[in-house]
Design a protein around this ligand. Sequence first.
Ligand code: NAP
Length: 302
Amino acid sequence: MTISRVAIIGLGLLGGSIGLAVKARGLAITTTGWDRDAQVRARAAERGLVGTVCERPEDAVAKADLVILCVPVGAMGDAARAIAPGLAPGTIISDVGSSKEAVATALADALPGACIIPAHPVAGTEQSGPDAGFATLFAGRWCIITPPEGCDPAALDALSGFWTALGSKVELMDAAHHDLVLAVTSHIPHLIAYTIVGTASDLEDVTQSEVIKYSAGGFRDFTRIAASDPVMWRDVFLSNKGAVLEMLGRFTEDLTAMQRAIRSADGDALFDLFTRTRAIRRQVIEQGQDDERPDFGREHGK
Ligand code: NAP
């Protein structure tokens, strides 16, 4: 099975980056796209995010070998229903949603009998919209594919090959396991960032201007994550409720243990944890998941 036509539905950060990556890598693939927002469609055409920006969803997907839904997870069902009238038999339907079990169910309900293979490129930024995409977003990053039971192996190979051609490393995973892993590596960190930034902004005895002025003490790194798209993240928490609540339960227990260690002046407990977490940072760098320069490579003294 060869993928030579790809339709991208939703032309924001993820959708735009896929289109730009196909173009930048000179792949022999024609791209079409559609977004429900006319202004986004106009901007996508100006930036050349895809070869052809279509005015109707059914036109974007007609003749596509692969359709990738790049909309918030809560909108996957609506987007799938919008493309249904234009889909040819055998077209692979995939997505980039940050949670996988709920999306798989939404797509199967909207497109019964279609060849659906959900996926999640673990790559992104805190920016969104048609100006946010860039061609190298997926280079060297993981793309987790969660094939449903009975998935066509040729279609799975074709989808894996597409993500590899964009520069991603591909991993196959069960959808429920994906949701648990991403709850701890992505969803809970975002929840913590949203909460700490919210807490700081609600303080009465520390002014907002002080919070911003002294933010380089660590706070500003949370503000980057807490600036992420509110619609996207609302949908992630609602769709991955079970795994997020399970991980949040564990996190709360560990936080209580830290509270106890500080109250009882248990320096050894604090030291042991901080030593373990420092080793995790080393592994993240060794596996090429981040920049090893201090402070994320920010320039100081300017
Ligand atoms: P984005 O920049 O906001 O783009 C999403 C686009 O989809 C917007 O233009 C939105 O239009 C459009 N849209 C919404 N509902 C639609 C519908 N029913 N039909 C057609 N278009 C629709 O978001 P993104 O960051 O690319 O995220 C897209 C998906 O990627 C999400 O499922 C997210 O979980 C996943 N993801 C994101 C990241 C990340 O870091 N951002 C990383 C990995 C995966 P409106 O503006 O009109 O709503």
